[in-house]
Write a protein of this length. Structure first.
Length: 367
């Protein structure tokens, strides 16, 4: 045990490190997501959380396809690491993710310890998640597309009550949007800075941006005749375009301070799946040990009847709570929420976490 690390934190790390699961995220049309999730649940996944989203395409594609914002659904499933890669490969083949309107699916390691923190070269892709106020998601994408051809998915969410206002003793919870962009890892820093620099503000509660590594992705790139055809992430429309790497020189290099800041911000995103109506208790409890806020997605949860993950079957109204914090605070949050879950078993709370590569707030004023 690390002599400088408190025993309770070390015990927490030992406990959560034993779990070997990946998060399988799939984005496509609602019908296709439902079919892929059912396939995954029948082949090893232990549960699926669904939430609606909308996909966007670069403007030059809209005129050709006659599409604007396309209705999408996202499914997030827990999959044992031992079968995660093969399951993703089978889904890719079974549902033709590389075809038009095929969709995208990717894997993110859950509860991965820092043992491999320096082994960053093995990752080829990253996910950038930007959480902003409602109506600003399109602005995020517009800023990025000035230099990069990317697809994106926008999810509806709520902010925690940290920055909410009260009117007649009723809390007004701010509506949020989560913008998901999947990109090559060597472009992640430049796109990340493009978003961050364009949205910085002195106003509190503007939002946050973070990125994490992706273990494997299907439905975004396709090899063809020694060239790469880029598939717009949200709609999987093939477009013949130059590799995005050629655009990286359009942005200035990061300063030494910016690079150092990103290099040292290996934070943790705590993920909690909670029955509707109990999310407020989870957020407030997390704030007592240092959480600075949360983002909440509403959706439904289902599982394969043979799994018995919650000892229930059928769709259940759920809310996914995302809280990003430094490692010590995140472990304190997990410890508190585990204690709460142990004494509130009827609420069927599911907890996990994942490592964050970079994390920034848009507000540089007082929070």
């Amino acid at each position: 045990m690390d002599k400088d690390r408190p025993a309770n934190i070390q015990n927490d790390r030992d406990e959560i490190a034993r779990e070997l699961y990946s998060l399988l995220i799939m984005i496509s049309t609602p019908k296709k997501v439902e079919e892929m999730a059912n396939y995954a649940l029948a082949n090893g996944a232990v549960g699926a959380f669904f939430s609606y989203a909308r996909g966007t395409l670069p403007n030059h594609l809209l005129s050709v396809l006659g599409l604007a914002n396309v209705k999408r659904e996202i499914a997030a499933l827990a999959v044992p690491n031992s079968m995660a890669t093969s399951l993703l490969d089978n889904i890719n083949r079974q549902f033709n993710l590389a075809e038009k309107l095929g969709g995208i699916a990717y894997l993110i390691s859950l509860e991965k310890t820092t043992a491999g923190i320096d082994d960053e070269q093995e990752y080829k892709y990253s996910m950038i998640a930007t959480i902003v106020n409602e109506g600003e998601g399109e602005d995020v994408i517009e800023h990025v597309r000035r230099n990069y051809h990317v697809g994106a998915s926008i999810l509806q969410a709520l902010g925690s009550v940290k920055h909410s206002k009260k009117t007649f003793d009723f809390e007004i919870v701010p509506s949020k949007e989560i913008v998901l962009i999947i990109t090559r890892k060597n472009l992640c820093e430049a796109i990340y800075r493009t978003i961050h620099d364009s949205l910085r503000t002195e106003l509190p509660g503007r939002g946050v941006i973070f990125s994490t590594n992706i273990d494997k992705v299907a439905g975004i790139f396709e090899k063809s005749r020694e060239t790469e055809k880029v598939i717009a992430e949200d709609d999987s429309k093939l477009t013949d375009s130059e590799p995005c790497e050629t655009n990286s020189e359009l942005l200035p290099e990061p300063t030494v301070n910016e690079t150092a800041e990103h290099d040292k911000t290996h934070q943790i995103a705590v993920l909690a799946l909670v029955d509707r109506g109990h999310t407020g208790d989870i957020v407030r409890l997390a704030e007592t040990v240092g959480s600075r806020g949360a983002t909440i997605m509403r959706g439904r949860f289902t599982e394969h009847e043979s799994r018995g993950f919650l000892s229930q079957t059928g769709d259940i109204g759920k809310e996914a709570v995302i809280m990003v914090a430094n490692k010590e605070t995140a472990l304190a949050i997990l410890r508190q929420l585990r204690l709460y879950a142990a004494t509130h078993t009827d609420e069927h709370i599911l907890l996990t976490w994942m490592r964050i590569h970079s994390f920034s707030r848009f507000s540089y004023g007082k929070e």
